[in-house]
Design a protein around this ligand. Sequence first.
Ligand SMILES: *Cc1c(COP(=O)(O)O)cnc(C)c1O
Length: 411
Amino acid sequence: MALINEHYLKLTKNYLFADIAKKVNAFKATHPKANVVSLGIGDVTQPLCPAVVEAMHKAVDDMSRKETFHGYGPEQGYMFLRKAIAENDFLPRGIHIDPSEIFINDGAKSDTGNIGEIVRWDNSIGVTDPIYPVYIDSNVMCGRAGTLDGGRWSNVTYMPCREDNNFVPQIPDHRVDMIYLCYPNNPTGTTISREELRKWVNYALKNDTIIFYDAAYEAYIQDPDIPHSIYEIKGARKVAVEFHSYSKTAGFTGVRCGYTVVPKELTAASMDGKERYPLNEMWLRRQSTKFNGTSYISQRAAEAIYTPEGKAQVKAVIDYYMGNARQMKDALTSLGLKVYGGENAPYLWVKTPDGVDSWTFFEQMLYGAQVVCTPGVGFGPSGEGFVRLTSFGDRNDCAEALHRISQWLSK
Ligand SMILES: *Cc1c(COP(=O)(O)O)cnc(C)c1O
């Protein structure tokens, strides 16, 4: 008799985006002439930049000729891309990452979800709240999160990020084995300072904690003082795995490419605490067994991001989205709303007026302005009383949405 993995039965159904779609469809059915604009979308909208498209065309041509055809590539990724990453994403910041510490993947979601396989199922975990749901759900699947109890998992330490702590999570007062951090943050759009990040690295060094650092939005950082990588902090190579993605950096959500850094110094203990094992070797072993590499075409596309043209073109698209974010933040603030984020991230975290709950505000704005947002409570209990807006839309759609919100709120 085949038995299922009963931990899957504990997963709460992810109703968030399905519920949003249902409510939007209900509105459209009763208001057939309304033109609904979405600021809730978590996907990019602008096309790939020309340097990337050219590289992909060339890679397809390579695949069409016997002499330049590529079959299976190295599981860890092609050296041309791993070298470009080390030389462009890390060296200019004074960080020395060897290509053997870089693992090319098909996007950050897979690796943030899979990395937990190389550590014991009964390690404790800590997450910021609100949070990208993958960090918790992937731990539920192997039983590590424990049991759900009043909306919280029994083996998870929640670190609230709220207005009253300026969205800076408090370091736990007890030992946690694994901690997930995401900066710039999805969904709050807030960042972490070098000083705060140093506290986390020191906590991890002291408590023998692994930090899983999701840097998917680092390319959106505008302020030169904000760290782009946890390895900018001394000692981080001993305690942190870092995830990068080209999805938000260069519009690769449909191309699929990213990478994970597992430094050679990062180790975890054996059960009796007597031995230390390097996670780099374990992750390589895991990937070689379960992953056969990202496509050659996607890796050539990613390489093109590091050419002078690619860098300029990618920056132009990010500037476009951040221009949206600026306009949104200015307009909403001048309407009297309290808006966080949006300065170093494509997300705005908007406090609902008069203590209205997230879902009520979502409906009010849908019916009042025909604009869709994402209810903050969908990202965790501390998201209640907020909604998330994204700046990934077209400039004209953003302007139209702001115009309508302004008319609606001034009624
Ligand atoms: C979008 C996103 C990613 C990237 O996912 P991909 O699988 O690379 O497309 C990773 N982490 C967070 C927090 C995200 O929002």
